[in-house]
Design a protein around this ligand. Sequence first.
Ligand code: GLN
Length: 486
Amino acid sequence: MTDLAHASVAELSRLLDAKKVSAVELAQLFLARIESHRALNAFLDVRPGATLAQARAADARRAKGETGALLGVPIAHKDIFVTRDWASTASSKILAGYMSPFDATVVDNLKRAGMVCLGKLNCDEFAMGSSNENSAYGNVLNPWDPTAVPGGSSGGSSAAVAARIAPVATATDTGGSIREPAAFSGVTGTKPTYGRPSRWGMIAFASSLDTAGLMTYSAEDCALVFNAMLGFDPKDSTSLDRPREDYTRHLNDGVKGLKIGVPKEFFGAGLAPDVEAAVRVALAEYEKLGARLVEISLPNAELGIPVYYVIAPAEASSNLARFDGVRYGHRAATYADLVDMMKKSRAEGFGPEPKRRILIGTYVLSHGYYDAYFIKAMQVRRLIAEDFKRAFAQCDVIAGPVTTSVAFGFGEKAADPVAMYLADLYTVPGSLAGIPSMSIPCGFGAKGRPVGLQLMANHFEEAKMLGVAHAFQRATDWHRRVPAGC
Ligand code: GLN
């Protein structure tokens, strides 16, 4: 029988269908693996009782004759999604132990499809970061190399999937937080079009950018889970009211005759040679499979980081205003009056990175600076989106590196916020444009650390993008490599 811990969602689904394994057995297996890989610090909250209750419910549904690709398949959720049966903290002290009265729509959709929740995954505080070093609950280790960061902010999600302690995990991407950790941890990380997944119950960071997505072993698994996860949600005012889609429909289309745009700006001086080499080999593989590479230009992409670091903190400063010690979350033990209570609660509850963002955001939104920074950033954001529009007139998908280097070591960038912000140089432009984008494993670079290939597609073309990824994954086995001891 297939080695269950290394089986894909598609394989687990077939085994459940064939009654070769039960949802309870799968839940027990992964709960045991979570325990034996505790040192990774990927999970923040594990409650075997709640997990096994969901697994028993899935088995009962199957016993009654119900089928469904995901019925009984385990999943873990980034601790940015609120969950009724597990604490929801956004990896912040300000929400320590917080129990939500409801499940996020993404969580709920997957639960209805019968997925069994394994628990909540560590991340950067309020999804702010690129290394998971901003979590109030400690670093997550990269399963490929415990001296390297797993990437962030969805570092718990990428590490859990890389170490095969969860077959799939939810994640969120505001400026790169799915693709960057996927690249650093050697897994497939996919962000759909902004507005496809509901943001309801996703603890807000930057509302015009926040997009839920997945860490999986493969593009095929991602398509299967997207089928249940994505869709219109009347509870989210930015949710797109479009018909449901079958995201698996282009998986076997191949890439013959496809035009792959290669942005010349993504291969500049900042790109490490080991990453460039692996990405070039991957691009050559696509040529072998019948695709044509065309050089494209995204002239405003280099402005992505400064634009993002105005818009995202501006939105964050507003979103984080709700943590005031009154409604929920941490409240200071002693205070003089209401204002003092709010000040102390926020000072004690937030870590340094959210504080930094609140300061920047409040500054760029304040009278006198709003036009110079915020409005200007919004204008350049439009230019970046138009770059992509022009590019997609010349090609079907875009491919290039995800990150400038392989995973860096702990502490290497932690003291220099700007160096850390630059980790998202190639991911932020796609976020600002709201297009679907993903990272697939394509080799290894310095110190044996994984390299990711980024694929981007036009709005609503995630099914095509997943097909392009699947073609690569049928021809190569990078996505099947597993770290030693996992
Ligand atoms: N690293 C970026 C930041 O710190 C992106 C984070 C994200 O996508 N959530 O904001």
